[in-house]
Design a protein around this ligand. Sequence first.
Ligand code: FE2
Length: 273
Amino acid sequence: MRLLFLGDVLGRAGRDAVTRHLPGLVERWALDFVVVNGENAAAGFGITEAIAQDILDAGADCITTGNHVWDQREALVFIERQPRLLRPVNYPAGTPGRGVNLFIARNGARVLVMNAMGRVFMDPLDDPFAAVAAALEDCALGAEADAVVIDFHAETTSEKQAMAFFVDGRASLVVGTHTHTPTADHRILPEGTAFMTDVGMCGDYDSVIGMERDEPIGRFTRRIPSGRFQPAAGEATLCGVAVEISDATGLAEAVHPVRLGGTLSQSLPPFWP
Ligand code: FE2
């Protein structure tokens, strides 16, 4: 099966890139399943119900989030009626919504998507490794699931790489999100899990991680906030990762970064013409 994961959609620039490019990619590549991280879609902070619907309408099958999931307070309510929106699975018991869900892809495959959040330099939630292991036990690749996708929303490369090797052979794809900067280490791990430490953002890269540059530069140089962070409004680069998953095993057969539009160098998967 053909799966596309798109990184953190940042503000209007990111949303415009998704609505401009994604419908065509779904058709051109005959994508079976699309996951989009949407936690920065509402002006950089959280996601609204209307924006979530726009991303789904553009071709996403599931929207993942992270530390900004509740920035728009309405998410605490509408997540309960939107099974395609996930929040990190390792929030405490009783948190609204769900961190994992099983979907049927366009080719009929059962796709388990899981969202977890790291704890290094982030809000210390419950142990993400234990939460992921428990979810994989409930719905195992090759048994209850034909493909497993894990969005590990974390700050450090080390925690993301540890998670990838922790589940190697038990997931089709582990992708890191949150740093808004794509890494060059996309690969298939020894036991068959595709991995990329960070997939990057769908946002304007003429910025500091998606925000207009003056305020972040000022906070670093003067140590005094002088305004709000504003999403950069130039053309976004759509950043993601394309994965070909074996129908027989659910493990990865090919993985390649996707970068389309905007200022970053362009990259398209050679295995999908
Ligand atoms: Fe984040």
